[in-house]
Design a protein around this ligand. Structure first.
Ligand code: ADP
Ligand code: MG
Length: 399
């Protein structure tokens, strides 16, 4: 990975205007922010710049207003939540460029913070229109990107601005990039990847990339069924993409060529109906799944073997739960393997990096998210990184 500048390279920022791209795309319910994790993630960067006397202008998108103003998607709705986290007054500016922003900058004192309006109210944002980016940049002295979660999009506020002002990675962006570098860029070997979740089709590029990068590929979740079926295993009425049999075979062949060992479950947890603690629940060998049963989790013997694999590894990347973890007892394999990974990480023998919406929920459910080396809150951007793609927002910081 090329080097990128961080806040430590920004020099004296006192009195300067910092345009800071953050993730304020917050979950809301009835006009109230229900989870301020993303604000807290941006807090160190905002505080650093504010403490150093910069005037901090926060840039973010919110929802999908498709290039026009929408009263229900104004960033003014997150103002209170941001003030709560920062413990100080924050100004709201209903524009992202032009005189209103310039006047607001005149009113702000050194160290003050303002939130600019939802960047996606203007079509120039998603079009990455250079004139739109220039108009935003005109009111700033430096650009800081602290929103890894938006870095897979080449938009004006995530990419265009980085070319117009001195550009730096914020603290959250820096931590994310350093963790990802340790996990797949330049990892300690052997490397294991856990890929689970519902469908192969949503993670084809992830699998194809990982087989060339890791020593052990552990496949679980619904997607394991597609691989088992491709190998001639009868998976009953399990979630399975039978039309992807050839694709699954190709991935296994690629893995063979690359010297990557693929681990598929050999015992499985099955049931006739998908419900909590169903009467038909049983554990069996993968070859013993009945016609009217579905595979809903990886079996205990396989989990034990997988734990042994992790014990031999130095690095782990994890995306996707091993079973239908939202419903008991189909959370067992995910919870058990997550606990093993967490314990190894805590001991210092494993660098563990996980990401994905449901994966983060599963690790929280297992109570071990804090023991992983790094847990990424970025959904789409994390997956694109796992696919080996270059993220435009990151590339722009490296330029
Ligand atoms: P992430 O959001 O972490 O990328 P995914 O969205 O790909 O993960 O997959 C998560 C979903 O996969 C969960 O809702 C889980 O219930 C489902 N899932 C896992 N294993 C199975 C299975 N054997 N059968 C059906 N669904 C499964
Ligand atoms: Mg998901």
């Amino acid at each position: 990975m090329a080097r990128f500048k961080t806040l430590d390279d920004a020099g004296d920022v006192a009195g300067k205007v910092a345009l800071v791209r953050v993730d304020l795309n917050l979950p809301m319910d009835g006009g109230q922010v229900t989870d301020n994790t993303r604000i807290r993630a941006a807090e160190p960067t905002i505080r650093y710049l504010s403490d150093k006397g910069a005037k901090v202008l926060l840039l973010a998108h919110f929802g999908r207003p498709k290039g026009q103003r929408s009263s229900t998607q104004s960033l003014s709705m997150v103002l209170d939540a941001v003030e709560d986290v920062l413990g100080k007054e924050v100004m709201f500016v209903p524009e992202v460029a032009g005189d209103v922003v310039a006047q607001s900058v005149g009113i702000l004192g050194n160290g003050d913070v303002a939130i600019l309006e939802n960047t996606r109210f203007w079509p120039g944002e998603e079009a990455n229109d250079p004139d739109f980016a220039k108009a935003i940049a005109a009111n700033g002295d430096l650009y800081v990107n602290d929103a890894f979660s938006a870095a897979h999009r080449a938009h004006a506020s995530t990419e265009g601005l980085a070319h117009l002002l001195p550009a730096y990675a914020g603290r959250a962006m820096q931590a994310e990039l350093e963790a990802l570098e340790k996990a797949l860029g330049n990892p300690a070997k052997p490397v294991a990847a856990v890929v689970g979740g519902a469908k192969v089709s949503s993670k084809l590029d992830v699998l194809t990339h990982l087989v060339t990068k890791v020593d052990h590929l552990i496949i679980g979740g619904g997607m394991a069924n597609t691989f088992l079926a491709a190998r001639g295993v009868d998976v009953g009425k399990s979630l399975c993409e039978h039309d992807l049999a050839q694709t699954a075979e190709n991935i296994l062949a690629e893995a063979d060529k690359a010297g990557c060992t693929v681990h598929l479950p050999y015992d499985v947890v099955v049931a006739k109906e998908f419900a909590a603690n169903p009467a038909s629940l049983r554990t069996c060998n993968m070859h013993e799944v009945a016609e009217d049963e579905m595979i809903l989790d990886v079996g205990p013997q396989a989990v034990e073997a997988l734990a042994d694999v992790l014990k031999t590894c130095r690095t782990l990347v994890w995306n996707g739960p091993l079973g239908a973890f939202e419903t008991v007892p189909f959370d067992k394999a995910t919870v058990a393997l997550a606990k093993t990974a967490a314990a190894l990480s805590k001991e210092g023998s494993l660098v563990s990096v996980a990401g994905g919406g449901d994966t983060v929920a599963a690790l929280n459910h297992a109570g071990v998210a804090q023991d992983f080396t790094y847990v990424s809150a970025a959904g789409g951007a994390f997956l694109e990184w796992m696919e080996g793609k270059e993220l435009p927002g990151v590339v722009a910081l490296e330029a």
